[in-house]
Design a protein around this ligand. Sequence first.
Ligand code: 76R
Length: 249
Amino acid sequence: MNEAAKTLDGWYVLHDFRKIDWNSWKTVSASEREQMLNEFEALVSKWEGTEKAGKGSHALYSIVGQKADIMIMLLRPTMEELNEIENAFNKSGLAAYMIPTYSYVSVVELSNYLAGDSDEDPYENPYVRSRLYPELPRWKHVCFYPMDKRREGNDNWYMLPMEERKNLMRSHGMIGRGYAGVVKQIISGSVGFDDWEWGVTLFSDDVLQFKKLVYEMRFDEVSARYGEFGSFYVGNILEKERIPAYFHI
Ligand code: 76R
């Protein structure tokens, strides 16, 4: 019997990581730099309009460490819109100085492991909608990493009966709930879209809570036995007003 978890799927997500080519940026005249930043801010203003209209969300974070300098996270109702925004950005002046280092394509996902039985259409439920089509919080820090569930020898998540996976996910959820209000998590599914099975995006005003949460989960069976992880990215919010200061040299 096929016991695949059922998923509810929301907005499509693009995590776009860039490194700034500061050496080249320094050679640009002040007036050209200003023009490019104005063009970029106009793009961000457009995204803000989309967000106000409830048709998507976005976030800009400055990444700490050498993996990237900036993360642009975009959520939209269709994959086409993500592609259009990506292309529009790539054609802008500033993009010539922002070298792509990593990207991740996924869709916001809720699984039915812990869902109760109900006849109502979950896509009509306001709470479910707020999770599937989230307005990203403007919290100070972000943490992103991709992950898989292991499929190796005796540790094969995909061979476990639904009941067992439900029990394991319950324990996972209980740990997560201990961080309610402190860490906001967005799980996005990427089977068939990208190189890992999920993207995990966490937001918090206290960066240390990422370490505490992820560490605590490592001792839980779902992560300890079945979790495999990609690269971690951590960063600080880059508010639109701070863009000129960020790029100032
Ligand atoms: O949707 C829900 O809130 C119900 C409970 C729940 C599910 C089904 C839940 C709760 N998660 C679910 C699914 Mn989660 N989550 C992760 C990571 O670093 C690690 O060890 C794992 C990365 C974190 C930090 C995290 C946090 N979760 C999932 C899935 C899909 C599994 C599948 O379908 O097979 C993955 C990959 C995943 C991974 N989880 C929570 C959290 C937190 C903080 C919560 C509590 C959320 C809340 O109550 O607001």
